[in-house]
Design a protein around this ligand. Structure first.
Ligand code: AMP
Ligand code: MG
Length: 359
């Protein structure tokens, strides 16, 4: 076995077709030998959201080229790879299956170990690509499909502290953009146009702000944006005011809930020093970063934001999680199947649907 492990990673859980070759270096961080991401924004733009069948077809059309390119960019051939990791969930089954099957096939014919990675574990461990950080740390994962606070205790060991009880944060951004006709993908456009508006113009609700620990809710906020967007009749200035007020409300919610999460983290881990990692596509939002950095200063904790290229969906984080699992002998059988739902903390309560009690 080689001293420094090298993995090919494959990611097709939603609308990015991605492959990467990653090597663990002597410092314990990663050498990014290649990181190829092909986004399908153009395919889904006219529908204002991701269409699963179209996404799966685009993955099928692109995946071989993307994997080939990742090997060529890395100037490496398959013999020099120690294992293959592909996202096995959570995500859209028709999409996951494309990357998972090709990953399993490559592993089978090259007789290499295969690891089916939980996409959320990819995000959770992604700060380790660039930083040597010790466990445990507090993770705020904010993406198009997920919004969670987790204690990352070790590879394969997670404790969920809170999650959204309705929409994911990225979804709230995307829906707000749709209601305001700001285009797709919504998040970056809401951020851009909110800079042109008055953030205090609209008073929007902050659902469950003073209850339910660090669980979050965005549905009531989204409904309020819908109601106001109907009243403003497409007036440009008011649209920017509404985008700015939405962004400001999100900042207030995240400030309060992250504060609660830090307190719970301290209590559970008995650690005085807290490292807060913010990952996922929405972590690209500069206003959210500034806001959470202010909170961190106030609470004397350290924030780490993965580089933008590792915030959104990518295969570097999947290869990296593969290496980390491989080092712990967490190797999968080749018959592992795709899972649409796959929480990192299997003991965490399911926080959606009627009958949910919050206190
Ligand atoms: P992911 O699910 O990790 O691929 O991230 C995609 C989600 O991140 C989508 O909902 C995007 O709208 C959102 N997103 C990307 N950039 C930003 C941004 N600058 N501000 C807010 N949301 C963003
Ligand atoms: Mg994505």
């Amino acid at each position: 076995m080689r001293e420094q492990i090298t993995f090919l990673g494959i990611e097709t859980s939603c609308d990015e077709t991605a492959a990467a070759v990653i090597r663990e270096n002597k410092n314990g961080t990663a050498d990014i030998l290649s990181n190829v991401v092909s986004s399908q924004i153009a395919e889904h733009e006219k529908f204002g959201g991701v269409v699963p069948e179209l996404a799966a077809r685009a993955h099928l059309e692109n995946i071989e080229f993307i994997i080939d390119k990742s090997l060529k960019d890395a100037k490496i051939n398959l013999n020099e790879i120690d294992g293959i990791a592909a996202t096995a969930g959570p995500g859209l089954i028709v999409c996951l299956t494309v990357g998972l099957n090709i990953g399993k096939s490559i592993a089978a014919f090259s007789k290499k170990p295969f690891i089916g990675v939980n996409h959320l574990e990819g995000h959770a461990l992604s700060p380790g690509l660039e930083n040597k950080i010790e466990f445990p740390y507090l993770l705020l994962l904010i993406s198009g499909g997920h919004t969670q606070y987790l204690i990352v205790k070790d590879v394969n060991q997670y404790e969920q502290l809170g999650t959204t009880i309705d929409d994911a944060l990225g979804e709230a951004f995307d829906k707000t953009a749709k209601m305001l006709n700001l285009g797709f993908p919504g998040g970056p456009n809401v951020e851009k146009f909110s800079k042109l508006g008055d953030k205090n113009y609209f008073k929007l609700p902050e659902p469950i702000i003073n209850k339910a620990g660090c669980n979050l809710s965005f549905a009531g906020l989204k409904t309020a944006v819908l109601r106001e967007s109907k009243k403003i009749n497409g007036d440009e200035k008011m649209k920017y005011n509404l985008a700015a007020s939405f962004q400001n409300t999100i900042n207030k919610i995240l400030f309060k809930k992250t504060k609660v999460a830090i307190e719970i983290f301290k209590e559970k881990t008995k650690k005085k020093e807290v490292r807060l990692i913010v990952a996922g596509g929405v972590a690209a939002n500069k206003s959210i970063r500034e806001n959470l950095s202010n909170l961190a200063k106030e609470m004397n904790c350290k924030t780490i934001y993965p580089d933008l290229k590792f915030c959104g969906d990518n295969a570097a984080m999947i290869a990296w999680a593969g290496i980390k699992r491989f080092n712990k002998d967490l190797i999968d059988k080749i018959d592992i199947s795709a899972k649409s739902r796959w929480p990192l903390d299997s003991t965490a309560p399911y926080m959606k649907g009627p009958g949910l009690k919050l206190d």
